[in-house]
Design a protein around this ligand. Structure first.
Ligand SMILES: CC(C)(COP(=O)(O)OP(=O)(O)OC[C@H]1O[C@@H](n2cnc3c(N)ncnc32)[C@H](O)[C@@H]1OP(=O)(O)O)[C@@H](O)C(=O)NCCC(=O)NCCS
Length: 176
């Protein structure tokens, strides 16, 4: 199984939209008041090349054997402090098969190879799949952020996780 991260293109848009309106994605991922359509424009306008340090948002589509199955991002990229936040979303029918962890690992590879030194993840305290994903990769839980963000009208507690560049060990046996 060959997985690669590719630059988002218009051909990915409908699939991405379908993944993003899935109830579990809406339950755990912040959607701005401007709505999904405006937000979706960010998919195509974001950068993908981390050697271009003029950006704050970088996005990729994870394809497995050429089939788009996930969306990855590094956001709030601060090139002064070499830090950012990772985001991830897997197609509903493709979850629970290891694709999420493989795609996030590949995103960390890109980020750390580009010189970033700290990558965080903010995760709702009841998002078990996401918590298991990052803990399996070795992220450290750094704290509980009480009522950190509004998701579907509710203020939700989040855990703050982080991976540092010198802690990152890509688990072996991963499809790339
Ligand atoms: C979170 C998400 C990306 C995980 O992707 P995935 O491809 O299903 O994850 P993987 O198959 O790589 O599994 C990662 C871990 O989560 C566990 N897991 C997967 N689905 C699970 C579920 N529904 N409930 C509990 N654990 C689950 C797996 O068992 C694995 O843990 P383990 O290795 O300790 O057994 C996916 O569920 C998703 O897109 N959710 C909606 C969007 C979202 O929540 N994004 C993250 C916001 S912080």
């Amino acid at each position: 199984m060959a997985m690669q991260l590719v630059k988002p293109e218009p051909r990915h848009f409908d699939e991405w939209r379908r993944w993003r309106i899935d109830p579990d994605a809406r339950r755990f991922m912040y959607l701005p008041a401007t709505g999904l359509e405006a937000w979706a424009g960010k998919l195509l306008s974001a950068k993908s090349d981390l050697s271009d340090r003029s950006g704050e948002l970088y996005r990729w589509i994870g394809e497995v054997d050429g089939v788009p199955l996930g969306s990855l991002s590094l956001s709030y990229v601060d090139w002064n402090h070499l830090s950012c936040e990772v985001g991830y979303l897997v197609a509903p029918e493709a979850r629970g098969k290891g694709h999420g962890r493989a795609m996030v690992a590949a995103t960390l590879d890109l980020g750390f190879a580009a010189g970033l030194e700290r990558i965080t993840a903010y995760i709702c305290t009841d998002n078990e799949a996401s918590i298991r994903l990052v803990e399996g990769l070795g992220f450290q839980r750094e704290g509980l952020l009480r009522r950190h963000a509004v998701i579907e009208g509710q203020r939700r507690d989040h855990y703050l996780y982080a991976m540092l560049t010198d802690e990152w060990r890509r688990p072996s046996g991963r499809a790339t």
